[in-house]
Design a protein around this ligand. Structure first.
Ligand SMILES: Nc1ncnc2c1ncn2[C@@H]1O[C@H](COP(=O)(O)OP(=O)(O)O)[C@@H](O)[C@H]1O
Ligand SMILES: [Mg+2]
Length: 297
């Protein structure tokens, strides 16, 4: 099978994936998005014959455009540009979750600091302000007082670029010092872990301590539905436990589309790259079947 990896930097995650693909004897085409040019009809790289391309771009804008172009050439690509579009933006992400009746933290978006201030005062303190585009816990603010709110909003409005002028305000969820990250492929869970920290941001990238976690039925159902809500693919679903670790109640705060899995692979007993490659093989085979069926009609 010929599998393309669209990347800008080969991190540990990509190494794990490449190692597993090569071990299974697949031909891998590494496509460096920084060197690539995408025309309206074709690309400079020889991607047309690839069975599937996996988008592993670090940069959201590159990821969104490159997958869109590949998709338009008829190359099977994961994740799809549609899924990327929703997951890359926290506002679209929240809307998709809410429309699918998935519990998600109360959220409002406002476009001026006055309107944002009104929302913040209504949520009360603490509440959370997030950039609509971003990851690894960057530029997130837990707002404890009105003074802090005013300062942050003024800084964002004055110094922030375009995306930071969309104020995404969220209720603060009193989670039990950890949150849950589940990796799923088309809704099927691969593995899950908790990320614990004394800090309110528990991201592994922020130093959150990771530990394997068994998803209960409720969490399994939410992961499956959250995946479907954003159009499926290989996704990292982030959940917070509401009302303590034994409550069995969750709220889903986001679904990630170019998901890292090295921390999960290290924390869990599951061979994460093997499961991901199983899924890629199945996806590529299904895409080939679909093409063959189309050729017959
Ligand atoms: N509304 C919230 N209440 C409490 N903690 C939150 C809330 N939203 C996010 N967090 C914490 O911040 C971390 C990062 O938030 P998240 O929305 O996942 O952004 P990122 O895309 O940067 O990972 C989460 O893993 C969680 O620990
Ligand atoms: Mg997150």
């Amino acid at each position: 099978m010929q599998i393309g990896i669209l990347y800008s930097r080969i991190r540990k995650d990509e190494k794990l994936l490449l190692g597993e693909l090569r071990e299974r004897g697949h031909e891998v085409a590494k496509i460096d998005v920084r060197k690539e040019r995408f025309g309206l009809e074709s690309t400079t790289a020889d991607v047309a014959d690839l069975d599937i391309v996996v988008d592993r771009c670090l940069s959201t804008s590159r990821s969104l455009y490159a997958t869109k172009f590949l998709d338009s050439y008829g190359v099977p690509v994961v994740n799809s540009p549609e899924t990327g579009d929703i997951c890359a933006d926290k506002a679209k992400n929240s809307l998709a979750l809410a429309r699918a009746d998935i519990p998600t933290p109360a959220t409002e978006v406002a476009f001026t600091k006055e309107a944002a201030m009104e929302a913040i005062e209504e949520f009360g303190y603490p509440c959370v302000l997030k950039p609509v585009v971003g990851s690894w816990g960057r530029l997130m603010a837990k707002i404890d007082t009105r003074n802090a709110a005013e300062a942050i909003l003024e800084h964002k409005e004055t110094l922030g670029h375009y995306e930071h002028k969309v104020f995404y305000i969220q209720e603060f969820v009193d989670k039990p010092g950890r949150d849950v990250r589940a990796l799923a492929v088309d809704g099927e869970p691969v593995a899950a872990m908790t990320r614990s920290s004394d800090h309110w941001l528990t991201n592994a990238a922020k130093g959150g301590e990771t530990k394997s976690f068994d998803l209960d039925d409720r969490a399994l159902d939410l992961v499956e539905r959250a995946s479907e809500a954003v159009g499926g693919g290989m996704l990292g679903v982030d959940l917070m436990e509401v009302g303590g670790t034994d409550s069995g109640e969750y709220t889903v705060h986001e679904v990630n589309h170019t998901v890292e899995f090295k921390a999960l692979d290290a924390a869990s007993e599951v061979d994460v790259p093997a499961k991901v490659v199983d899924w890629l093989e199945a996806k590529a085979a299904a895409a080939a079947d679909g093409e063959a069926a189309e050729a017959h009609t």
